[in-house]
Design a protein around this ligand. Structure first.
Ligand code: HEM
Length: 276
């Protein structure tokens, strides 16, 4: 390929890396706000939020854009790294800017790969359970009825479904969340998937809860470094180079790449060490 064509295609790739990267930052900010409910909200609030996020058509559409952005960002990044390597087979002296940017991009590839591994395992542990696990629990609560403790499922209409009804087979659960009158085969109510319980059980697990918490914190440190460099190069790739705003953009990037991973890291630490 001619050098100019290579440059052109690699510029286009950098442009798309920047766009998908910035979109993923928006996702991260939203995901963080939702997940902070694990600290500041109760189980019902978090499960209501999870239900909204998995059923609202506009949010579903945004989710698909997120998955595509992750794939695109990762594949584009791998291709760019290979192109960079091919274009500069000989190492430059340390103070050479081109060599430094090649080093940064190699570094970004390693950090990005680690984040991809994190995202895949993270989605297997939470997202896949929420969407596909037949054994995903429904949220229950214990209520004192005439001096006797009874267990109820919480239902999306703000009511309850006695667990006893299911045990006595008067009510059956269909499609994982729907309560049906067993005889009339009529839908009565919907339950909540208990994503709050799944998340707490994960980080409080006796065997792997501590190691999972540590791995999450390490992943957030990796994310912080990736975001820090990513922000700087994204604005460069998009051509945002106005002396008036450069300082502001840099400051925002630095703040975002520190605060967002830090708050994410606090969530598993809180659940493992401090929550009931
Ligand atoms: C450390 C704290 C975090 C917690 C407690 C957490 C928790 C969760 C949970 C419970 C889900 C399932 C939600 C659902 O399917 O409705 C989820 C999905 C997801 N998480 Fe996280 N997450 C954390 C950090 C992150 C980070 C740092 C990233 C990215 C680097 C990430 C990427 C994702 C993605 C891509 C999904 C799928 C989202 C979708 O379907 O729209 N998460 N997370």
């Amino acid at each position: 390929m001619a050098k100019s064509a290579l440059l052109k295609s690699s510029l286009a790739k950098k442009y798309w890396m920047a766009l998908t990267g910035l979109f993923l930052c928006l996702f991260l900010a939203g995901h963080l706000v939702g997940n902070l409910q694990l600290i500041f909200g109760d189980a019902l609030q978090f499960n209501q939020y999870a239900l909204f996020m998995t059923t609202n058509p506009a949010v579903k559409l945004l989710s698909y854009v997120t998955y595509i952005s992750i794939l695109f960002h990762a594949i584009d990044g791998i291709i760019l790294t290979i192109q960079n390597k091919k274009a500069r087979p000989i190492s430059y002296a340390k103070e050479n800017a081109a060599a430094n940017s090649a080093w940064a991009s190699r570094n970004m590839a390693v950090l990005g790969t680690l984040i991809l591994v994190f995202i895949v395992t993270h989605m297997v542990n939470f997202w896949a359970k929420m969407h596909f696990d037949e054994k995903m629990p429904l949220q229950t609560t214990t209520i004192d009825v005439g001096g006797q403790k009874q267990e109820f499922y919480l239902t999306t209409d703000g009511g309850y479904m006695p667990k006893m009804q299911i045990e006595q087979q008067a009510v059956v659960i269909k499609n994982r969340t729907e309560f049906y009158d067993a005889q009339a085969n009529v839908k009565l109510k919907d339950g909540y998937k208990d994503l709050h319980k799944i998340t707490f059980e994960f980080f409080q697990n006796e065997q792997f809860g501590l190691i999972a918490t540590i791995l999450y914190v390490i992943s957030m440190i990796v994310l912080a470094f990736h975001l820090n460099h990513g922000f700087a190069s994204a604005f460069q790739s998009l051509g945002a180079n106005n002396p008036k705003y450069n300082g502001l953009i840099k400051g925002f990037g630095k703040g975002f790449s520190l605060i967002v991973p830090l708050l994410f890291a606090i969530i598993p630490i809180y659940i493992h060490f401090f929550a009931k």
